[in-house]
Design a protein around this ligand. Sequence first.
Ligand SMILES: [Zn+2]
Length: 120
Amino acid sequence: MRIVRNRLIPPKRFDAINLFGVLFCRDRLRVTEHVIRHESIHTAQMREMLFVGFYIWYLSEWLVRVFMKGNAYHNISLEREAYAHMHDDDYLTHRRPYAWVKYLGKKRKKGKGKKKKGKR
Ligand SMILES: [Zn+2]
């Protein structure tokens, strides 16, 4: 992944932005392998959505989620896939196309399986 460090892109309150597969980041950002994998997952999403489709979907989903419970950014399906697999070394070798779609639904709460119906 090509990384461009600079002082203009992204705006100050952000650390990095992936524009068409090129990572623009602030000078201070420590670019770890996990950051690169997170952004590479976004690049894979972009390719399958022909780049422009990615940005349209991303902004549209963010606009919907802004009015929903929780953090809109972290709840975007594209982000949920990237955060869920950024620590998986070979995720991109076995990732299925449009894998982010399964993150459109509600988040499952950790540690809570299906409740058994108990007798009273
Ligand atoms: Zn992201």
